[in-house]
Design a protein around this ligand. Structure first.
Ligand code: HEC
Length: 275
C-alpha cells in the first residue's frame, strides 16, 4: 500500500465533494468520471508493489460496468445523464470541447499507439566477431606474405637508425591524414567526419581492444584486405574499411602501422603470442 498516494486521492475526492460542488454544479457523468480517474490512480500508484497492467485493465473494466449500473439504476438520473450528453453534442458552447473529445483525443491515442508500436529496426542479435583469426598467408601485389612470421621490416630501425625510423613514421603520418583520418578521426578515436554513417564504427585505435592487442602482421592483413577480406563471421553489418592494397604500397602500409603505434603510444603485440 502506498498510503500517501491513497490519502492524497481521498483528500482530493473529499475536496471535490465538499467544496467544489458548492460552487460548480458537477453533473453526474462528470462526477462518475472523476471517480473513475481516482480509482484508476489508486490502482496504478497507490499499491505497492505495482499491479500488472493487465490486472488494472481488468479492474477498470469491472469498475466501468459498476459505475454504469449505478448511473442507470434510477430512471430520473439516467434521463438527466442522457440529456447532458445530448446537450454536450448539440449546444454551441460545447463546440470546441466536442471537437477535442471526438477528434483530438482519438488522434492523440492513435498517435501514441503508433509511436509505441513503431520500433526502430534493431540489428539482428547474432554477434559479430571483431577480431576473426587471420588467414595464414595473403598475397600482396603478387607476392605471398606469411602472416604468422611477417614482421614490420622498419620496426628495427627504431633502435638502429632513429632518423630513418622517424622518416618512416612521418611518411605514415602523411598516409594516415591523406587516407585514414576521414573515418578513424584526427585523434584516432574512430570519430572521423564520415564515421557516423558507418555500422560498425571505424576502429578507435586508442581503445585498448584494438591495435594494442594486435600484431603488426594482423594490422597489415586488415589494412591491405579491408572489409572485403573479412571472413563471414565478421558480418552482418558490413564494415566500410577499404582494401588499401588497391591504393598503397607494401612499404606505405608498414609505415602507417608504425605511425598508428607511435601516435597512440601502444606497443604492437609480439610475434608468436596467440590471439
Ligand atoms: C571509409 C572509412 C574508413 C577508412 C577511410 C579507413 N578505415 Fe579502417 N576501418 C573502418 C571501419 C568501419 C573499421 C571497423 C570494422 C572493421 O574492423 O573492418 C575499420 C577497421 C580498421 C582496422 C582494424 C582494427 C581492429 O581492431 O581490428 C585497422 C587496423 C584500420 N581500420 C586501419 C585503417 C588505416 C591504416 C586506414 C588508412 C590507410 C583506414 N583504416 C582507413 C573504416 C575506415
Amino acid at each position: 500500500m502506498n498510503l500517501f498516494v491513497l490519502l492524497g486521492i481521498a483528500a482530493v475526492m473529499v475536496l471535490i465533494q465538499q467544496v467544489l460542488t458548492r460552487w460548480i454544479q458537477l453533473n453526474r457523468i462528470a462526477w462518475l468520471g472523476i471517480w473513475w480517474v481516482a480509482l484508476w490512480a489508486a490502482f496504478s500508484y497507490g499499491i505497492n508493489p505495482p499491479l500488472p497492467n493487465s490486472i488494472i485493465v481488468l479492474f477498470m473494466a469491472i469498475i466501468t460496468i459498476a459505475l454504469m449500473a449505478y448511473l442507470s439504476a434510477d430512471n430520473e438520473e439516467l434521463e438527466e445523464a442522457r440529456q447532458s450528453i445530448v446537450r454536450f453534442m448539440v449546444a454551441q458552447e460545447y463546440r470546441i470541447a466536442l471537437v477535442i473529445v471526438l477528434l483530438v483525443i482519438p488522434a492523440a491515442v492513435a498517435a501514441w499507439t503508433y509511436a509505441s508500436m513503431n520500433e526502430a529496426p534493431q540489428p539482428p542479435s547474432s554477434g559479430r566477431t571483431i577480431h576473426p583469426p587471420p588467414p595464414s598467408s595473403i598475397t600482396f601485389a603478387g607476392n605471398s606474405i606469411d602472416l604468422a612470421t611477417a614482421n614490420n621490416p622498419y620496426r628495427e630501425l627504431e633502435h638502429t637508425d632513429e632518423a630513418a625510423f622517424a622518416a618512416h613514421v612521418a611518411n605514415g603520418r602523411r598516409i594516415y591524414f591523406q587516407n585514414c583520418f576521414y573515418c578513424h578521426g584526427d585523434n584516432m578515436q574512430g570519430a572521423g567526419m564520415f564515421a557516423h554513417g558507418y555500422d560498425p564504427l571505424p576502429a578507435n585505435f586508442n581503445d585498448a581492444t584494438t591495435i594494442a592487442m594486435l600484431q603488426e602482421s594482423y594490422l597489415f592483413w586488415r589494412i591491405a584486405k579491408g572489409a572485403p577480406g573479412l571472413p563471414s563471421e565478421s558480418t552482418p553489418w558490413s564494415s566500410a574499411m577499404p582494401a588499401w592494397e588497391l591504393f598503397l604500397t607494401e612499404e606505405e602500409i608498414w609505415d602507417v602501422i608504425l605511425f598508428l603505434y607511435e601516435y597512440t603510444g601502444y606497443e604492437p603485440r609480439a610475434q608468436g603470442m596467440p590471439h
